[in-house]
Write a protein that binds this ligand. Structure first.
Ligand code: SAH
Length: 196
């Protein structure tokens, strides 16, 4: 009974955090597009990347509403760890998104914007891809809350995707900012401070 109540409350809180995250993203996406225009149109490749990025929130949405895949036995401490990871991941990505401000575009597009500034402050002082790292941590945490063995697959697949995505993005930023970005790379890690 007690475990059922904790499970329910954690899932409700998670739903609100994810909803807030999504709304924040929509609102700031509009502002970013208005304030600094993109320099390239959307391509079919970017549309494919958009679609792939949507798989994970959709998967979590369905699981939050009861369709759990490969469930493991209830484990409240693990669910609490999951909630902390969700909070950490969402907080990191929102904080990074704020710092990146109008220089942001959806990662699927690999954009350099008009008057694009290189951001090296806030969370970007430690890692080059805090939004991606936040996604990885939050989605893995959500799978722990949902008690699904999918957390292993979600972690590995997202890690691989953001690693490839991050490397591609770095090539574009290196080309645009040259030495400045090279110096920035020397001082920072890709995804996890002091580690990788
Ligand atoms: N990979 C970053 C940003 C994701 S948003 C992160 O995970 O936090 C994607 C856009 O951010 C890209 O189009 C790229 O042009 C821009 N970008 C990435 N790093 C940046 C930086 N340090 N300064 C300015 N723009 C950056």
């Amino acid at each position: 009974m007690f475990k059922d109540a904790v499970d329910m409350y954690i899932k409700i809180v998670t739903t609100f955090i994810f909803a807030y995250w999504q709304i924040y993203w929509w609102v700031t996406e509009r502002q970013a597009n208005r304030k600094k225009s993109k320099t390239q149109p959307r391509t079919w490749k970017s549309k494919v990347r958009y679609a792939i990025a949507r798989i994970f929130p959709i998967l979590i949405f369905f699981q939050l509403f009861g369709i759990i895949v490969v469930e493991f036995p209830r484990n409240i401490p693990l669910q609490i760890v999951g909630l902390l990871l969700v909070i950490l991941g969402v907080f990191t990505s929102i904080s990074a998104r704020k710092t990146l401000s109008h220089n942001w575009t959806h990662a699927a597009e690999y954009q350099i914007k008009k008057d694009h500034e290189l951001v090296t402050k806030g969370v970007y002082r430690y890692i080059r891809h805090p939004i991606y790292a936040g996604l990885l941590v939050a989605y893995t945490g959500a799978e722990l809350i949902l008690q699904s063995y999918l957390f292993i697959i979600v972690f590995l697949v997202i890690f691989l995707l953001i690693y490839i995505q991050g490397k591609q993005e770095e090539k574009i930023l290196l080309k645009h900012f040259g030495k400045k970005y090279e110096e920035y790379m020397k001082k920072t890690k890709m995804l996890f401070p002091y580690v990788l």
